[in-house]
Design a protein around this ligand. Sequence first.
Ligand code: ZN
Ligand code: ZN
Length: 412
Amino acid sequence: MSLPLKLRKYASLIAKNGVNVQNGQNVVIRASVDNAEFVHILVEECYLAKAKKVQVDWIDQHLTKLHYTYQSEETLCEVKDYYVEEQKDIYENLSAMISITSPIPGIMSGVDTRKIALRNKAYSQALEPYHKYTAANLTQWCVAAASNPVWAKKVFPQLDADKANEKLWDAILTSCHVDDDNDPNKAWEIHNQEFASRIDILNHCNFDKLHFVSELGTDLYVGLVKNHIWAGGYELTQKSNIIFNPNMPTEEIFTMPDRLSVNGKVVASKPLDYGGNLIENFWFEFKDGKVVDYGAEKNQDSLKELIEFDKGSAYLGEVALVPYHSPISEMNLLFYNTLFDENASCHLALGACYPTNVKNGENMSKEELLEAGGNDSMEHVDFMFGTKNMHVKGIDKDGKEKDVFVNGDFVI
Ligand code: ZN
Ligand code: ZN
């Protein structure tokens, strides 16, 4: 099947299983001008799925860089009323939100990171009342990816830009279960059923802690908070129970570690890109939740920066299970993009937890969340430690053990 035909299949998948466009619903697509061709197909697929109006908010990453370079902080941080009004209209009408990510690695190099942080803060403050529409699933939303030659060259440095771009598209499509001769919508339905039943089992097991052992030297106990909730895969909108997939691809099932009860050693299985520096062959030693020792063969300074970033960045905020035999993992690539890399391997995150991973967490204050065992930080950095021979045991309150992973894959 030719690439354009596969892209149409992919676009249809995003419209139907990604946001699940409802009859008469408005759709907003945020995408880069570099992906115009694909976005045109996506817009048509949304209309074919019976969208009333599809709006595209174009992002030009090169223009963004110029704005950051030449505008004053004051101008960058000025959020116009008409912009806020428009967003209010979009969200209050419960538009379905699609975001097509297509990073251009290194494009912001040389830009004052302070300016970026200030502008982001100004916009998130102005749009704060509408944050809940996606964060609390009031409407459907989906993040998916599109290739571009610069990103592709970073993933496949040995190929020329055109070939690399084709290869990256292939990798994106394969990881989203878009194959030559399958119905990807069907594949996602099966995928989602698997998620639902595993999440159900894990929630019923209600483990006190998990024990991870790998051939690389990982031997780690991760305590889970009381009333933790395993999540992953599809979500439902709050009022109308519309099923949608917030991330395409997705392979992870994750929950909330107890910030103060993580003990042992974890050895990473993939490099970590932190602030543009690649940290390689690294490990952490935890005691009562905190990183007390660490090492890396390359860029240990960046690891130090991460751990010392703030009070919470030396503690865990997420533990995620990803089978070794998943389409993304089997490609054995580094995408330099979380949407893919965190779905390729069991991972942990240093930094903030997800409030939704504990019962009633959305309604807890920061203090209550900390009290419940959650972690607070300005960072949330995932690192991979899953391997082919990873063994995971769940241990309940009475010390009874149950296999969760044997040789890198789920056995429950
Ligand atoms: Zn994760
Ligand atoms: Zn994460």
